[in-house]
Design a protein around this ligand. Structure first.
Ligand code: PMP
Length: 355
């Protein structure tokens, strides 16, 4: 740390992303990426004339991509916001909608670790609300109308999803605050709240191309909400980085929407592989949550989460382990291809046979 850092950031604990190792080739099941490549249409679009235009700035309005997304989701382009990964929308939302005096923020105690970092970054008071013993969210805890509410649905790393009726109850009981529903994993079996954005002016649904649309490396996120919320986010964007979506990512994003069926087929495949792997792990004595996501959250009575993570890593399989006490028994395993999961299952069988 230099002596120049603004003192308000001295105690900030930054987010630690999952490992992206370069030392050897792993079966990489640790950061919830899609095991499938982008569609042919995306690859073709990237191999086009567009690449020769990198000397020119991209369209800061992102109008063409907004129109594609709007058409797919049945909303208007004024209801769509684009960002450099959905983390950026979360960042902008904490900046725009939370403040200590009138809108602190609440989110589940076990959830995406970045929510706490953004709250700390903007010095916003936050409450981390306990989950029930089975890791599910008690919606009554979010009915206070006293804070911005941030919920990942499905939640991470538990994979558990709330139904749309429960989301609506939370939104309708917090009319004076933003309710942000982070739908990073929604395409793997949960219900999207996008339709509700037409009815509620306080609902902000945050989505990403990183998971179901195989574009984690392109960094593209979008939000859907009432046009007034979108224009607030635009104000922040134009006050920080107007060209936040690069030209190639914009092109890829438009092409991916045209190939939506390819991605939705992949989601179905991932759901099938998830259920197959979950059943096998249960047979091997694991306890798992009922994940509606592209990852499994699992523990074995035979060893700690840390130990399982470490042995799998030595054997070339990378999963994610979280050290916070309530979930330290667990590992989070991204659902890969059937072949990758068979390799994982064989390796786990091997590891556990002497235990
Ligand atoms: N929300 C949740 C719940 C996530 O797990 C992630 C990915 N780590 C994100 C948002 C951010 O994803 P991205 O910035 O790649 O869109």
């Amino acid at each position: 740390m230099s002596r120049f850092l603004n003192e308000k950031y001295l105690s900030l604990e930054a987010y630690t992303p999952g490992e992206q190792p370069t030392d050897m080739k792993y079966i990489k099941l640790n950061t919830n990426e899609s095991p499938y490549p982008p569609s042919e249409g995306v690859i073709e679009a990237l191999n086009s004339e567009e690449i020769k235009k990198l000397n020119l700035y991209p369209d800061p309005t992102g109008n063409q991509l907004k129109s594609s997304i709007a058409e797919l989701y049945g909303v208007n382009k004024e209801n769509v916001f684009l960002s450099n990964g959905s983390d950026d929308i979360l960042n902008f939302s904490f900046m725009a909608f939370c403040n200590d005096s009138t809108s602190p923020v609440k989110f589940p105690e076990i959830s995406y670790g970045f929510y706490k970092v953004y709250a700390d970054l903007y010095k916003v008071k936050y409450s981390q609300i306990s989950l029930k013993d089975d890791f599910s969210i008690n919606i009554d805890d979010y009915m206070g109308n006293d804070a911005t509410v941030v919920i990942a649905n499905p939640n991470a790393p538990t994979g558990l999803a709330l139904g749309i009726e429960d989301i609506e109850k939370i939104v309708s009981n917090n009319k004076d605050h933003i309710v942000l529903i982070d739908e990073a994993y929604v395409d793997f079996g949960a219900e999207s709240a996008v339709e509700l954005t037409k009815k509620y002016k306080n609902l902000l649904v945050v989505c990403t191309y990183s998971k179901s649309r195989s574009m984690a490396g392109a960094r593209l996120g979008f939000a859907i909400a009432d046009s007034e919320i979108i224009s607030d986010l635009e104000k922040i964007k134009y006050s920080t980085n107007p060209y936040n979506i690069n030209r190639l990512t914009m092109t890829a994003g438009i092409a991916a929407i045209k190939d939506n069926n390819y991605y939705m087929d992949n989601c179905r495949r991932i759901i099938e592989t998830r259920e197959y792997t979950a059943a096998k792990l249960r047979m091997a004595g694991f306890e798992l949550t009922d994940s509606k996501s592209n990852f499994l959250f699992a523990r074995t009575p035979k060893m700690s989460g840390q130990e399982l993570y470490s042995i799998l890593k030595q054997k070339g399989i990378l999963v994610r382990h979280f050290s916070s006490p309530k979930i330290s028994d667990y590992v989070r395993i991204t659902v890969g291809t059937r072949e990758q999961m068979d390799k994982l299952l064989d390796t786990i069988e091997d590891i556990l046979k002497d235990k």
